[in-house]
Design a protein around this ligand. Sequence first.
Ligand SMILES: CC(C)(COP(=O)(O)OP(=O)(O)OC[C@H]1O[C@@H](n2cnc3c(N)ncnc32)[C@H](O)[C@@H]1OP(=O)(O)O)[C@@H](O)C(=O)NCCC(=O)NCCS
Length: 199
Amino acid sequence: MIDPDRLPTIAAPRVLLRWLTEDDVDALFSIFSNPEVMRYWSTLPMTDRREARELLEHVHESFRRQTLWQWGVARRDDDLVIGTCTLFHFEADNRRAEIGYALGREHWGQGYMGEALEALLGFAFGELDLHRLEADVDPRNSSSIRTLERLGFQREGYLRERWLVGGEAQDALFFGLLRREWTGRSRPEILPPSAAEER
Ligand SMILES: CC(C)(COP(=O)(O)OP(=O)(O)OC[C@H]1O[C@@H](n2cnc3c(N)ncnc32)[C@H](O)[C@@H]1OP(=O)(O)O)[C@@H](O)C(=O)NCCC(=O)NCCS
């Protein structure tokens, strides 16, 4: 079902979740060097384009090792990568994984990430047959919390000073969504590899 060489392309109305390539390094740098985007991230903002290239290598290597799947969120009209979303911490026996996401600062407030995550959740609960998805959010990250709650995630726990980033201790709010709570939502279109190649 899953192409062993690359992630499947998942379609949402205005964006595609697609495999990241060398051509996306500048877009990745633009997203992950912005201090507002990185305010509640688990690492500091990138300061050098080389870090974006290293991120791309990490994304490809982690896919090869099947430890983390990170898609580019590309606008369908111009194929620009405006964000990324991720499935990681896979636990096959318990059919669960964690999600992560980031959107370039200039693209906030237009519903792109909600759309992308709706498609990702449909893929995770549908194609991958997961039972549970989790998310770990800084309690001060109100836009991320709104994003999760709009998707139906529930607050499940509060972990104190779970992260130490740039000398700052950050708390974590844990969210969860069960597959049965997702039932009834539509399944996203998975583009065949040939169509995805032609993008
Ligand atoms: C978390 C993050 C992706 C949310 O971005 P966002 O722009 O608020 O999310 P969406 O793209 O889903 O857009 C939703 C917003 O667009 C608005 N919107 C405008 N047009 C819309 C449309 N056509 N459809 C849906 N929503 C629309 C919604 O009202 C909503 O705004 P609100 O939250 O003020 O009500 C973004 O803040 C981010 O990248 N943060 C930094 C990285 C990060 O912290 N990631 C999470 C780590 S846990």
